[in-house]
Every structure is written in structure tokens, then in C-alpha cells.
Design a protein around this ligand. Structure first.
Ligand SMILES: Cc1cc2nc3c(=O)[nH]c(=O)nc-3n(C[C@H](O)[C@H](O)[C@H](O)COP(=O)(O)OP(=O)(O)OC[C@H]3O[C@@H](n4cnc5c(N)ncnc54)[C@H](O)[C@@H]3O)c2cc1C
Length: 302
């Protein structure tokens, strides 16, 4: 059936991109691989949920048959959640379809039947519009759209899997225990920090604020003082806390991309011209080695 076909390996993102696609006024069909996911997605207002079944547990192995299925159905667009796996599948499906693909799209609209997509470049400094014709593929980042409600029919479809790659083992990644996505408050340290031991100062402030500790990329990648999953920015975590408080972070565009959805930004930096002050709700110009212990002590005594 003509319309927009959507897929994400993450259920919450799949629910979001159903409502994102519905904004175009087109019919929307969700693809998923498990019965539980199908039951959940069937609550979010798509025209149908297709439960895809096959012999392989690897979703990527269905890229060719997804391309064939949506072509047969007369799809106009395939929208995929921009997770690591989603990007992989989107590129493979676009390859099999030999069609145009645009990544990290922030809006979709049809003008005279032509699809116009907008995407942000340079950390959000520029919005680029791209036109796609014919069946195309786009990826959409998470956390941007309200989920809608409405019951959908579930239809089971058997797909052929490419079995050249098989699953041998699954090994969980051991994480540092810090969860920045979904954190309400985040204290962020930057390269203004002189020594690794001084992280203790940031940890103490984070503790009194009941906040998680994040950092700029250099602290994680160059100095390796914190795990990489703790750095924030365009190539790290994109956060949406109620409070983001930075110390010794200059506020380069790649970092700011990751914090722009923070509700309140507080910046402490010794350089009054640091770019972070342009986006901060509250700024303190000064030496963090003087300010942070005072702030921590004051908050502790409140
Ligand atoms: C392709 C690409 C992707 C990137 N992705 C990311 C990303 O995702 N996240 C990210 O963070 N970066 C990223 N970067 C790096 C980014 O460009 C910046 O280099 C980095 O964000 C700077 O980190 P910083 O603010 O901690 O350090 P700096 O820019 O060196 O700033 C340090 C700040 O500390 C202040 N300071 C020094 N001493 C004190 C003191 N005693 N008290 C108070 N303030 C003090 C200084 O005034 C300065 O403003 C990326 C770069 C590239 C090229």
C-alpha cells in the first residue's frame, strides 16, 4: 500500500517516528520483528503494523527483503530511526533500492508531491533542505517528536533472510555506570581542569546536586580521565537535562550541539569571552578552583 514505511530497532524511537511520518498526512506503516514490539507499536496510530518473520535473528539480514517488500507494497518513503543499527539498515535498504537517502532529517513535508527534508548541519548552525523523488530512505534522530496514540491492525509477513552472516555470540558492553540520557541534572567538566585528581571537586558538586558527571570530548578521548560514554556533544551523548552546569568548558559548537536542549545552562569559566556564555542562562566568570568548592559547600549547607 502506498505510504510511508517506518522502522527502528528501538521501540520508543519507532513510536516517535510513526507520529513524525503521520505529520505529512500520508498513510504510515510500521515494520517490526517481535510480537511484543508489534503489540506495543499497534498502540501508536499507524495504519498497520507489519510483524516481519524469518529464520535469522540478525535484523540487517533482512535488508534486501525489506527493500523488496516495501517496493512491492508501493511505499513512497522508508523512515528509519537513526540508531547505530538503524543507520546500517537504512544504508543497506537504500543500496538495494538504488535510491536517494538523507540522514538525520528533522522535518519532512510534501510540496506538489515532492518530498522536502530538512536536516541540521554544523551542529545546528545551518538548516539544509533536500528534495527527494521516487521511493527514498531517510534516517531520523531520536527524542524529537511526541508519540501519538491509536490502535492498529497487526499483519504477519514472512521474509527471506540473507544467511551469509550468522550470530555466533552476544557479549554485553560493560559501561561506567553513568547514564547521561535521561539524567535530570548534569555537571560537566572540560579541559580547564588541570589534573585528574581534580575530578574529585566535580564529583563532590555532582553529589550535592544529585547530578550525573559528564565531560567534554578532550577529557574522555585525549586525557582518558573519564569513559567515552560520559562525553557530551555531536559525537558523544546528546542530553536534555533540567540543569547543565559546566566548569572549564569553552563551549565549542560540537559540544553545544549536545547540550542545546538543556533547560537551564550554568557555565563557569575564567575566560569572559568563552562562547558558552552566549548560550548560558547563568554565567560565572572566574577560577573554578575557587568557585566550585564554595558552591559545593553552600549547596551542602542549604
Ligand atoms: C569532528 C569533531 C567532533 C567533535 N565532537 C565533540 C563532541 O562531541 N564533544 C565535545 O565536547 N567536543 C567535540 N569536539 C571537540 C571540540 O571542537 C572542542 O575542542 C572541545 O569541545 C573543547 O573542549 P573544552 O571546552 O573542554 O576545552 P577548551 O576549548 O580547551 O576549553 C577549556 C576552557 O576552560 C577554561 N578554563 C581554564 N582554566 C580554568 C579555570 N581554572 N577555571 C575556569 N575555567 C577555566 C578556559 O577559559 C576554556 O574556556 C569535536 C571536534 C571535532 C573536530
Amino acid at each position: 500500500m502506498a505510504g510511508i514505511y517506518v522502522f527502528s530497532d528501538k521501540l520508543d524511537i519507532a513510536a516517535e517516528i510513526i507520529s513524525f511520518a503521520k505529520q505529512t498526512g500520508k498513510e504510515v506503516f510500521a515494520l517490526t520483528f517481535t510480537e511484543e514490539a508489534a503489540a506495543e507499536l499497534a498502540q501508536h496510530g499507524s495504519n498497520k503494523v507489519y510483524l516481519l518473520k524469518g529464520v535469522s535473528p540478525i535484523v540487517e539480514n533482512y535488508s534486501k527483503s525489506i527493500a523488496e517488500f516495501i517496493t512491492k507494497e508501493g511505499a513512497e518513503l522508508f523512515v528509519v530511526g537513526a540508531t547505530a543499527r538503524g543507520r546500517d539498515i537504512a544504508a543497506r535498504v537504500a543500496g538495494y533500492l538504488d535510491c536517494g537517502m538523507v540522514s538525520d532529517v528533522s522535518s519532512l513535508s510534501y510540496t506538489d508531491g515532492i518530498l522536502v527534508c530538512e536536516r541540521m548541519l554544523y551542529g545546528g548552525a545551518v538548516v539544509q533542505s533536500e528534495v527527494l523523488t521516487g521511493l527514498s530512505v531517510v534516517t531520523v534522530p531520536a527524542g524529537k517528536f511526541e508519540v501519538c496514540e491509536g490502535k492498529s491492525e497487526i499483519v504477519t509477513v514472512n521474509l527471506e533472510a540473507d544467511t551469509r552472516v550468522s550470530l555466533v555470540a552476544r557479549t554485553p558492553i560493560i559501561k561506567g555506570g553513568v547514564e547521561l540520557n535521561g539524567a535530570d541534572k548534569i555537571v560537566c567538566v572540560g579541559l580547564g581542569l588541570d589534573k585528574e585528581e581534580d575530578l574529585q571537586m566535580a564529583r563532590e558538586l555532582a553529589t550535592v546536586l544529585d547530578a550525573e558527571l559528564g565531560c567534554s570530548r578532550g577529557i574522555a578521548e585525549e586525557r582518558q580521565w573519564l569513559p567515552v560514554e560520559q562525553y557530551i556533544g555531536i559525537s558523544g551523548a546528546v542530553i536534555q537535562p533540567q540543569l547543565y552546569l559546566s566548569m572549564g568548558v569553552s563551549g565549542q559548537i560540537q559540544h553545544m550541539f549536545g547540550i542545546r536542549d538543556s533547560k537551564i545552562i550554568v557555565a563557569i569559566d575564567s575566560n569572559e569571552k568563552a562562547p558558552i556564555f552566549r548560550s548560558a542562562d547563568y554565567g560565572i566568570v572566574g577560577d573554578m578552583y575557587e568557585i566550585i568548592p564554595l558552591l559545593t559547600e553552600t549547596l551542602r549547607n542549604m
